[in-house]
Design a protein around this ligand. Structure first.
Ligand code: NAD
Length: 367
């Protein structure tokens, strides 16, 4: 037996789930395996006080299973606070599928994943995230109703990414208003890192407003396409973080604000779509504040997508979706002002409000 051969200290070091650094009192973690389709997935359900845990599925070629577990724990936690601060009656959950979305994603694998989602009886509702398309959610829909982000032709609200981008645009404008005194982005130098589903749509808003947009991506084909379409410049340097810019918009993956990048950052505002942008929330939030860099909390400004998929559950129309998403401007400005007044990181100020809403609901639920 393991306990016979490993001493207590070593056991502590390898506590695989509840002992993980990113474990934050998650309610449930489900490991899914299917030999026939090659599916290996983890579903993380962080908190369901406000409602069923809703969050997308990410397919990514993780270096190892620890990385995947860490990602799902962090992402699902983020969803709890995203729904809470946005005023939605949803909890936080997320799923990751381990593998390369370009080469390993098959209809059979997606349907098998949907069957696992179905076993949770609606406690977790899935949607798309990195590596997923609306068509993949349509496949999941064939085996479970607990999926959002399906095609409009199948009764869904369609691709959430343009709405996410619009919310990020609103949050960015609010952060610009706070930092520069005006929310007009004309002539602002804005670096968009990652021009996928959300990034491209954000580039469209920014170029329409006359911003000087610089784009970066690991996919060179996309860089050429997006640059040609919107007239954005392509970044060709090697250290985007230390470039002189007004606004940095991380729209690829998380944790780009870390010990290697934060000390050289020249951006005055950070506002982007990526989840979990701060590698360590408090530490990197404080470092940004000390350096005078205004950080628009990711889970607040990238909530457009969840507003869009929530509409599928609640039956909102497009107008209501846009109204709720536009309101990200007001919430962001309010939180930046609160953080300033109370000498908190902006992330902490947003978390405080989200956590309070959950605590308040708990009291009502347990009455
Ligand atoms: P996507 O997969 O369509 O796009 C991601 C892009 O980032 C790709 O073009 C990829 O090539 C690029 N990329 C990956 N690593 C990179 C790197 N190191 N440098 C530069 N570019 C890199 O994903 P998306 O749907 O556009 O989502 C982008 C981010 O926003 C993700 O972090 C996602 O979790 C978050 N987000 C998305 C939504 C949504 O509605 N899609 C909602 C909330 C949050």
């Amino acid at each position: 037996m393991i306990a016979d051969v490993i001493n207590a200290t070593e056991l502590k070091k390898i506590d695989p789930v509840f002992g993980q650094l990113s474990f934050d009192n998650h309610e449930q973690i489900v490991f899914c395996n299917d030999k026939d389709t090659g599916l290996k997935a983890i579903i993380g359900i962080h908190n369901t006080v406000l409602g069923p845990a809703l969050g997308g599925t990410r397919m990514w070629n993780y270096n190892n299973e620890w990385e995947a577990l860490n990602d799902v724990l962090r992402l699902s936690r983020g969803m709890t606070y995203k729904a809470a601060i946005t005023g939605l009656n949803l909890g936080g959950g997320k799923a990751v599928i381990l593998g390369d979305a370009k080469t390993q994603k098959t209809p059979e694998l997606m349907k098998r994943f949907g069957e696992f989602v179905h076993t949770l009886s609606g406690k977790y509702i899935t949607a798309e995230d990195v590596g997923m398309e609306t068509a993949d959610m349509d496949l999941v829909r064939k085996v479970t109703p607990y999926v959002t982000g399906i095609s409009e032709s199948m009764g869904g609200a369609g691709n959430p990414s343009p709405i996410t981008a619009y919310g990020v645009f609103m949050g960015m404008k609010a952060a610009a208003k706070f930092k520069f005194g005006s929310d007009l982005l004309e002539d602002k130098v804005i670096y968009v890192q990652g021009i996928g589903h959300v990034g491209e749509s954000l580039v469209e808003h920014l170029t329409n407003e006359g911003a000087k947009v610089v784009i970066s991506d690991i996919n060179h084909e996309r860089l050429d396409q997006v640059s040609t379409k919107y007239g954005a410049s392509i970044y060709t340097g090697t250290d985007i973080y230390s470039e002189k810019m007004d606004i940095y918009a991380p729209c690829a993956l998380g944790a780009t604000i870390n010990d290697d990048t934060v000390f050289n950052m020249k951006a005055k505002v950070i506002a982007g779509a990526a989840n979990n942008q701060l590698a360590t929330e408090e530490r990197h939030g404080v470092l940004l504040r000390e350096r005078g860099i205004v950080y628009a909390p990711d889970f607040l400004i990238n909530a457009g997508g969840i507003i869009n998929v929530y509409a599928e559950l609640e039956g909102y129309d497009k107008q209501e979706i846009m109204r709720k998403t536009e309101n990200i401007y007001n919430t962001t400005l309010e939180i930046l002002e609160t953080a300033n007044r109370e000498v908190l990181t902006t992330n902490r100020a947003a978390l405080n409000i989200a956590k309070q809403r959950i605590e308040d609901r708990k009291k009502v639920n347990f009455k």
